[in-house]
Design a protein around this ligand. Sequence first.
Ligand code: ZN
Ligand code: ZN
Length: 279
Amino acid sequence: MHRLGVHLSIAKGISRIFDLAKSLGCNCTQIFSHSPRSWKFPIPTEEEVKEFRRRYRSEDIRPIFIHQSYLVNLASPNKEVYQRSLESIKREAEFAKLLGLRYIVIHPGSHLGKGEKLGLKNIVNALDSLSDHLDGLEILLETTAGARNIIGSRFEHLTYIIENSVVACGVAFDTCHLYSAGYDVSSEEGLEDTLRSFDSMIGIKKLKLIHLNDSKGELGSNIDRHEHIGLGRIGLEGFRRVVNHRHLKDKPMILETPMDGKRSDKENLDVVKSLIGSL
Ligand SMILES: [Zn+2]
Ligand SMILES: [Zn+2]
């Protein structure tokens, strides 16, 4: 059975996501632990935590991934930003442990022009200093579109981080990011090549999550602009192959499609569901 969901907002309370997920037809989901454009972490009350844990035990909605906030940059050459980012991920880890969740998705970050090498080293150091705070939590490194100075658009970057950090990180694919980074997941041959290369460098077992997003930007454009499923450059046939691929179909898939009024989350989910098994 596929694990399929959309990124959900906890604005109305953390345990509200279960009803929200059910009404949309999700059996897994992803959330921000707090407003993603803020460093502030509101701590849920004891009641809220209790209710969340009760629902999490009784509902078949799992995994629930936590996505880092947009401000975090573990590759930053700026000491203050680096330190704040590190603190932020520590808080994410506390939040995850409080709720009994396992995965935190992070973007490797930006070296801000100071070079890939320094950026990669900063990320490894950051992960190493997080290692005492994880207690069984798993950090997932998300593949990025590779806009200027952004690390994580090449499997080589992820390999470096995984090989050099004491933390055993997993990986999250984002189909839009892969495509705009130059991995042609829209074609049959491109998808096979991408997965073969990932498997030989990192190992398909390390892949723990797939963000399903179509791409507004062209192949290799490094443009990070998500599109509704099938309406972008990856296209319906591309997604049909992705969701049914033998290496991918058992991985949780989460949509982060735009909120532009063109199509609802439920409609995007239904499009994905219509592709499952129809190869
Ligand atoms: Zn992301
Ligand atoms: Zn993503």
